[in-house]
Unconditional design. Structure first.
Length: 391
């Protein structure tokens, strides 16, 4: 995304409309124009939390717009701002840009309407209670509509209070902007100075998320690069690690694992054969490769990094037989059973979805101590869901 294009478009929209409004002597239109330009620029700045929908900084200005002008004026400002932002996007296909355009407008309008609905329920809409409750309702509605496609796509939502720093940064900044702009009770606000000043901590949060996203991408790229070593050496079928990683994440969500557990499980799936290049060649030794030896060597390699101990525990436990959950089973062993089932399924099916039924039948026919039946049932549900989606 070219942020210079967005900056130019946003400043041009705000400046042009503000000058026109100043000539006409309409302060409301000038404020709408300035905030519309800020929305255009905010579309280029996105908070990217891990495993959650991307949040545009423009949403913070929606809460300010909710206190400016009529619903029709605010809606028109939002539509025009999103239209300019859609035209400024040079790296998206027309269909993707249109989908984002409709999605962002829906979320923004939901926030404005929720604010106005609460606002209309109070005798004094400028009272502290009315404004704060309206902003909370507007924030909740906007975030809910924004996250809805992701929830539907995954059929899963993490409602844990952790990992919500992006939403908190965006909404608190937007609420401070809105309160500062219009004031509370009989106290006058700061006008457009409020969005300008309270945007500073939001920009700091955006920069932090950008650095975190860059670090996360580098980490993931390194893990995926390391996972290719056994495949490039011809010891593992091409694409095995990526397919298993995709399956374990889907299967882990189906079984209710947390985000941290899913991240460790995905890394373990990519690296569970990392020990293969370091064991003796079975052709040269005349004996088959020992899965326990591969897992042990791989886990030692991962522990040597000093950062992948949890992944190493999963890799080391992957070839172990399933044990009935009597007493306290370690989380590493539970995660390893998911990895074991996913890896075996991919090997039995050769990565071909057409072999899903045969592969699953072979796994069900194995002795009861080999695979965790709870995980096998989860795999069956995932495969059924995928078949229905393809159909």
């Amino acid at each position: 995304m070219n942020r210079r294009v967005f900056a130019t478009a946003g400043v041009a929209v705000a400046a042009g409309a503000s000058v026109a409004a100043g000539v006409a002597g309409n302060e409301t239109v000038a404020a709408l124009a300035a905030l519309g330009g800020a929305m255009v620029l905010g579309e280029a700045l996105e908070l990217r939390p891990a495993d959650r929908p991307v949040l545009p900084v423009s949403f913070a200005f929606v809460l300010v717009l909710a206190r400016v002008g009529s619903v029709a004026e605010v809606a028109l400002t939002i539509v025009l701002a999103e239209l300019v932002a859609a035209l400024a996007r040079v790296n998206l296909a027309a269909s993707a840009s249109a989908a984002r355009f409709a999605h962002r407008i829906s979320a923004a309008l939901a926030g404005v309407l929720a604010y106005r609905w609460v606002d209309g329920a109070f005798h004094d809409p400028r009272s502290t209670t009315a404004v704060l409750l309206g902003l909370v309702a507007g924030s909740a509605a906007m975030l809910a509509v924004h996250a809805l496609p992701d929830v539907i796509r995954r059929r899963h939502t993490d409602v844990a209070p952790t990992g919500r720093s992006a939403e908190i940064a965006l909404i608190t900044s937007g609420m401070l902007m809105a309160v500062g702009y219009g004031g509370l009770d009989d106290r006058l606000g700061m006008g457009l100075w409020a969005p300008l000043l309270f945007a500073i901590p939001l920009l700091a949060a955006w920069y932090s998320f950008e650095r975190l996203d860059s670090t996360r991408r580098t980490y993931n790229q390194t893990i995926r690069a390391l996972s290719l070593a056994p495949e490039l050496g011809g010891q593992v079928r091409r694409g095995h690690g990526a397919r298993v990683a995709d399956l374990v994440v889907t299967l882990g969500r189906e079984l209710g694992f947390s985000l941290d557990e899913l991240e460790a499980l995905e890394a373990a799936a990519l690296l569970h054969h990392i020990g293969l290049p370091c064991v003796d060649d079975p052709i040269a030794t005349g004996r088959p490769t020992d899965p326990l030896e591969v897992a042990e060597v791989g886990s030692r390699i991962l522990r040597s990094t000093g950062e992948l101990d949890r992944v190493a525990d999963i890799v080391a436990a992957e070839p172990l037989p399933y044990r009935s959950p009597i007493g306290d089973a370690s989380i590493a062993l539970r995660l390893a059973q998911v990895l074991k089932v996913a890896s075996a399924y991919d090997e039995l099916t050769s990565g071909d979805p057409g072999n899903a039924d045969a592969g699953l039948a072979v796994m069900y026919s194995a002795p009861g101590y080999v695979y965790d039946p709870f995980v096998l049932l989860g795999l069956e549900r995932v495969l059924t869901s995928r078949s229905a989606t393809l159909a």
